[in-house]
Design a protein around this ligand. Structure first.
Ligand SMILES: [Zn+2]
Length: 171
């Protein structure tokens, strides 16, 4: 089942998101809308830490929390901060294809070897570290994860407008 909707024109932005911070994000990033002057953050964006990804948005437009797989489960204080102190009213979660947080176990050996060789870790500690944290950070499937994360955040922060954005710019 294809659950992605390509946003390549203003009309393809769902009507409920037009003229909202979510709609603006899509216009800036996908549709090349000229970058406006922003004085205050309007949006919190959760996106992957992946080095291949960056957004085209104006300065001051959004708080951005970057974490592998757009997983905000361990960044909750920062989410709360952006809402409570930063005053944002919307959250956009951005997933992407070929995310490194999918099927972490396949990179177990590489992970351990890398910590040993690049950071001087003892092999055993590196292995424990991987085994302890990999289950917490594994997302299994980019789309399913971003949807479940949106559901979780909706329940936690009741008044927020949220959209699940996956596939913003293919790799
Ligand atoms: Zn990723």
């Amino acid at each position: 089942m294809n659950r992605l909707v390509a946003v390549s024109t203003t009309e393809s932005i769902f009507p409920e998101y037009r003229d909202t911070p979510i709609g603006l994000l899509l216009e800036y990033h996908n549709l090349n809308r000229p970058l406006d002057e922003c004085t205050q953050a309007q949006l919190l964006i959760g996106m992957c830490m992946d080095n291949r990804k960056h957004l085209r948005i104006p300065d001051n437009f959004a708080f951005i929390i970057r974490a592998g797989g757009a997983n905000l489960r361990y960044s909750e204080f920062k989410v709360s901060y952006a809402i409570a102190v930063g005053g944002v009213k919307s959250i956009a979660l951005i997933g992407h294809n070929q995310c490194g947080m999918v099927n972490l176990i396949a990179r177990k050996d590489q992970f351990i070897k890398g910590l040993v060789e690049n950071a001087g870790w003892e092999r055993e500690r590196a292995e424990e570290h991987f085994m302890h944290f990999a289950p917490m950070f594994e997302i299994r499937n980019e789309m399913d994860f971003v949807l479940s994360e949106a559901k979780r955040l909706r329940l936690r922060y009741l008044y927020m407008i949220q959209e699940d954005l996956t596939g913003l710019g293919d790799l």
